[in-house]
Structures are given as structure tokens and as C-alpha cells.
Design a protein around this ligand. Structure first.
Ligand code: PEP
Ligand code: MG
Length: 588
């Protein structure tokens, strides 16, 4: 039966594929395809792991003290029965044989199928056996991990490499930003999650991957079944499950059109970004990892406007990257950009970007009281002075290899400028003592808290440049959690207060003769290009994949005409409607 689920459109385009359901907390299971000649070996891994777990249970039972409660022995009997049940390992082996999934993926895929059956059982006793099944599967997964092949990875080659011809889409309740990184080079051609907002970091990483995605689809992971055919309509925020052939055909047509449009835009890659009236506009890239720099250059970026360095720190447990490892990463990005500027933002840890792999749900309910308002970003760095200095030293050392700028996230107090300058002085002295080369670097502040926009005059006296983080600026101006799908309809970039703050920040920074860019998601959305140009913005930083579409909007704009109508937009009760009306007339 075909059903539709609606959520928030976060990354454009159409993806069509078979659903791979991944339960929260199990996103870290390795997903890769095995080569045809490895299939039997992979199935042997499954049966070895099953035998190892069965042996553990048998030993447990044998060594059970005489006075142990009889229920315990009965429970182990149930677990032993589940371990040997063909519907678990036998069926998982089928996934390996038919789809070439690796053993861990096959087993978790089969767990999803069986868990559904249990959920649908009438009998409460049987329904509750799902927990036993999960425990048994967990043990087998652990045994598999003990016996993992050296080349396992969360996700590796593309679908089709080893006969997995059918495209796959990922369906999960929630995916942490750190897990999203693992999917960057993944087998999935689209994804759907139950939770999340349009500018949650999970959505941002999806956009950087340029794969169609829908978040905040509430019930999706409950309604979609393993292996269902799924269409992800990333434009409308819709997910169509098991569509009838005629609908599928329509979406295949739209998919082809998207590809043609993308190819057409791609041709603008190396065209200079000049408006009709000859204003040069700088289109920079936002990156998460050093290897993204090559993609940025390829897309025609003229520098990196935002390197979200926190992604280097995620999923590392206690083993955070030290100075040398960070230096290597920053230098790699700087070298890849071949002399173009690279703006490295100091770690923006906290809120929906925890250090460890936590889902949004876990974050909200088990950890900080109010993570978005807590010890995050520059506050966290200043609270960890030795870690902060390590990062500053690493960034400074990278400056010997190209043009590097330093950007501080979530600035709200002048003391943050002063303390950072002091830390920089100390870091430079340490580098001199150790004989490391570095150059002087500009220090900028992100304007993403209304307080920073309101005290811009003071900040401009203490910083060399500013970059407007519209994702957080909207969140904090409107008091809307950017990752919460329940209030996503109120998260509004066109809100007059937001538009006013952005306009005044751009205008005042330009007047002070300092440089200003926008690096939030608005910069990469062509529907805001005319607005930002009209405000005087000439530097936009976005995911590399968005550069061509924004460039097209730049090429079609006349900043003199846009500027003339800006006051009408700023004075309007509904800036979006006003902008659509006045920007449209100036085009004629
Ligand atoms: C922003 O807040 O707009 C921004 C660019 O930073 P991040 O999305 O990483 O919080
Ligand atoms: Mg931010």
C-alpha cells in the first residue's frame, strides 16, 4: 500500500530507493557492500558470531549457581532459542547473499524486520520478547565487532560497486551531526528522519552532501519498512512509500530534470560572480572536513568562509585531536585551497553538536538543561584554556602555508575578544619558543546572537571582520530551537526582526570599512540572494554545491536597483511579500 509522510524539506531534489532502516543508537553499525567473492566469508562471520554467542549462553547456564532464580535459566533458554532461530541469522544471511550487505548491516536490517513483527503481535507476552531479540542481536553484533575485518567502515563504497544496483535511502528516527559525517561518502542517495529542523546540523550536512533529504517527518521510521520503495521529494518535504507505477514514473521524470538543471548550473562554475552593474561578489565555501576543500575549489569557491572545525572533534570520546593532528587538518585545507583564504572557526561544540554521538533526544533529556543556551562555542573554548590554546597554535601554524583567518563562534561579550587576544599572544609566544613559523592572522566574530548585532559598534573596534551566522541569529532572535521540528513553522528568516538585524549588521560593518559575510544557510539559498545584495552584502559563504545556483542569482541582479527598493522591504510588516513584489518589479 502506498502512503505519504510529510516533513521539512532540507535538501533539494528527488531520491528513489529502497529503505534501509537504522534505529537510533545503531547508526554506528558498519554499512558497506561486500564483493561477490566475499559473500560466503561474510555469511561465515555471521554464523561464527552466532556460535560464539550461543556458547556464551551455554556457559552461563552451566555455571549458574544452584540457588539462582529459575526465571533466569528460562530467560537464557529463550535467548538461546532466538540465537538459533533461522529467522534471525538465516534471514540475515539472505541479505548478504542477495544484497551483498556486510554482516553487521544484514543483521541490523533483519532486526528491524523482526522488531516490526513483534510490535504488531496481539499477545503482550510475545510483544515483550522484542527486548530479548534486541539483546541477543546486540550480543551478536558485539561478537561480530570483535571479529571485524580490518577494512570495516560505517559506510564505504557507492551502491553498485559490488552488485548493489538498487539505490538505497536511509530512514532513521534521528541522526547526529557526527553520524552524518560518516554518510558523506556513503551508499545512500537520500535520507529521512523523524526529528530535526531545517537548520539543524544534521540537515546542514545533508545539504552539503547534496542529497535529497526530509527531516522532522515524525512517524517515518515507524511507517516505513525495511526494503520498502521510497521516493524522497526534497523540494516538497514529502516521502512517498511504495508509490504506484504512475507516481514513480513522474518522480523519475523530475529526477532527470533536476540532473539536467544541475548540469546546466555547473557550467557557471568558473564564471566570475559579477552583478549586472558590475559589482564583484565573493562566493565562499562552508566546509566540515579538510577534504571538503577540494570540492569547494572544484565548485568555483574563491575561498573558505567557514571551516566548522568542531567536526574534527566529534566521535572521539576522550581522544580529542591534539595540536599536531589539528595542524595537519588545517594545513591540508589551506594547501588544498591553493592560496585562497581559509577562515577557520574555533570549535563550536554544544547544543545539537555534542562531542560524543548523542541523538537530539538524548541531548534534550539526559544532558544539559538547555544546551542551546549553555556552555557552547567560544564559551566552551574559554572554559578549556589549554585545549583552546592548542587549537590556536594549530591554526597559527597552518597560517604559514596560506591565507588563514580566525573566526569565533557565538560572541556576545567583549571579554571574549580580550581573552582570545590574550590566548593568541600566549600561543604565539609558545610557537616562537618551539621554533614554529606562523603569520599574523585576522580575528573575526560571528554575529549570531542578537546581543552581538546590537553592540556591533563595540565589536567592530575589537575584531577585524564579522560573519553573520543566520542559523543561530534566527534561533536566538525568535527563541525558536533550530533543531526542533515542532516549532519549525515559526523559524522564519523573513521575520522583520531578523531582516532588520541582518540589514543593520551589514550596513554598519560596511560603513566601518570592515568586511562582512553571511555564512548561515541563508547565504546558500538563492531566494535570499537579492535581499542580501540589496543590503550591501558582497561576501556569501555556503556549501560548495549551492555556489552555482547563488551565482546565477548574482549574475541576474542589479545592485543599484535592488538598493533603491530595500527601504520598502525593511519598512514592511511582511518583508517576504514586499521583497517578492519590489524585487520582481526591478527586474523588469
Ligand atoms: C550559523 O549559526 O548560521 C552558522 C553558520 O553556524 P552553525 O550553523 O555551525 O551554528
Ligand atoms: Mg552558529
Amino acid at each position: 500500500m502506498s502512503i505519504q509522510v510529510f516533513g521539512l524539506a532540507v535538501a533539494r531534489g528527488v531520491a528513489i530507493g529502497r529503505a534501509v532502516l537504522v534505529t537510533s543508537g545503531r547508526v554506528d553499525v558498519a554499512h558497506y557492500f561486500v564483493a561477490p567473492d566475499q559473500v560466503e566469508g561474510e555469511i561465515a562471520r555471521l554464523s561464527d558470531a552466532r556460535d560464539a554467542v550461543a556458547a556464551e549462553f551455554t556457559t552461563l547456564q552451566r555455571d549458574m549457581p544452584a540457588d539462582a532464580p529459575p526465571e533466569l535459566s528460562a530467560l537464557i533458554d529463550v535467548h538461546l532459542m532466538l540465537v538459533h532461530d533461522e529467522s534471525l541469522i538465516g534471514a540475515a544471511a539472505q541479505w548478504v547473499r542477495e544484497r551483498h550487505y556486510n554482516a553487521e548491516w544484514a543483521l541490523s536490517a533483519q532486526l528491524e524486520v523482526l522488531a516490526r513483527h513483534f510490535d504488531e503481535m496481539e499477545d503482550e507476552y510475545l510483544r515483550e520478547r522484542k527486548a530479548d531479540l534486541e539483546q541477543v542481536t546486540e550480543r551478536i553484533l558485539t561478537a561480530l565487532t570483535r571479529n571485524a575485518r580490518g577494512d570495516r567502515a560505517i559506510s564505504t563504497p557507492g551502491a553498485g560497486d559490488f552488485g548493489g544496483e538498487e539505490p538505497l535511502v536511509l530512514v532513521a528516527s534521528d541522526i547526529s551531526p557526527a553520524d552524518m559525517l560518516h554518510f558523506k561518502r556513503s551508499v545512500f542517495t537520500g535520507f529521512v528522519t523523524d526529528v530535526g529542523g531545517r537548520t539543524s546540523h544534521t540537515a546542514i550536512v545533508a545539504r552539503s552532501m547534496d542529497i535529497p533529504a526530509v527531516v522532522g517527518a515524525r512517524e517515518a521510521s515507524r511507517l516505513i519498512r525495511q526494503d520498502d520503495w521510497v521516493v524522497i521529494d526534497g523540494d516538497a518535504g514529502a516521502v512517498i512509500v511504495n508509490p504506484p507505477p504512475i507516481v514513480l514514473e513522474e518522480y523519475r521524470f523530475r529526477q532527470r530534470q533536476h540532473e539536467l538543471e544541475r548540469a546546466r548550473l555547473n557550467r557557471l562554475r568558473h564564471t566570475p560572480a559579477l552583478t549586472l552593474d558590475g559589482e564583484a561578489v565573493e562566493l565562499l565555501a562552508n566546509i566540515e572536513l579538510p577534504e571538503d576543500a577540494a570540492v569547494a575549489l572544484e565548485a568555483g569557491a574563491v575561498g573558505v568562509g567557514l571551516f566548522r572545525s568542531e567536526f574534527l572533534f566529534m566521535n572521539r570520546g576522550q581522544d580529542l585531536p591534539g595540536e599536531d593532528e589539528q595542524f595537519e587538518a588545517y594545513r591540508a585545507a589551506v594547501l588544498a585551497m591553493k592560496g585562497l583564504p581559509v577562515t577557520i572557526r574555533t570549535v563550536d561544540i554544544g547544543a545539537d553538536k555534542p562531542l560524543d554521538r548523542l541523538t537530539l533526544h538524548e541531548l534534550r533529556h539526559e544532558h544539559t538543561l538547555n544546551p542551546a543556551l549553555g556552555l557552547r562555542a567560544i564559551r566552551w573554548s574559554l572554559a578549556e584554556p589549554s585545549m583552546f590554546r592548542q587549537q590556536l597554535r594549530a591554526i597559527l601554524r597552518a597560517s604559514a602555508y596560506g591565507k588563514v583567518k580566525l573566526l569565533l563562534p557565538m560572541v556576545a561579550h567583549l571579554s571574549e575578544a580580550r581573552l582570545t587576544r590574550e590566548a593568541l599572544v600566549r600561543a604565539k609566544q609558545q610557537l616562537r619558543d618551539a621554533g614554529h613559523a606562523f603569520t599574523d592572522i585576522e580575528v573575526g566574530a560571528m554575529i549570531e546572537i542578537p546581543a552581538a548585532a546590537l553592540m556591533l559598534g563595540s565589536l567592530l573596534r575589537h575584531f577585524d571582520f564579522v560573519s553573520i551566522g543566520t542559523n543561530d541569529l534566527i534561533q536566538y532572535t525568535l527563541a525558536i530551537d533550530r533543531a526542533d521540528e515542532q516549532v519549525a513553522h515559526l523559524y522564519d528568516a523573513w521575520h522583520p526582526a531578523v531582516v532588520g538585524l541582518i540589514a543593520s549588521t551589514i550596513e554598519r560593518t560596511n560603513a566601518a570599512g570592515k568586511s562582512v559575510s553571511v555564512c548561515g544557510e541563508m547565504a546558500g539559498d538563492p531566494s535570499f540572494t537579492a535581499l542580501l545584495l540589496s543590503m550591501g552584502l558582497r561576501s556569501f559563504s555556503m556549501h560548495p554545491r549551492q555556489i552555482a545556483a547563488v551565482k546565477q542569482a548574482v549574475l541576474r541582479a542589479d545592485t543599484r536597483k535592488l538598493r533603491a527598493v530595500l527601504p520598502q522591504v525593511l519598512a514592511a510588516d511582511e518583508p517576504q511579500a514586499a521583497a517578492e513584489a519590489v524585487f520582481a518589479t526591478q527586474r523588469n
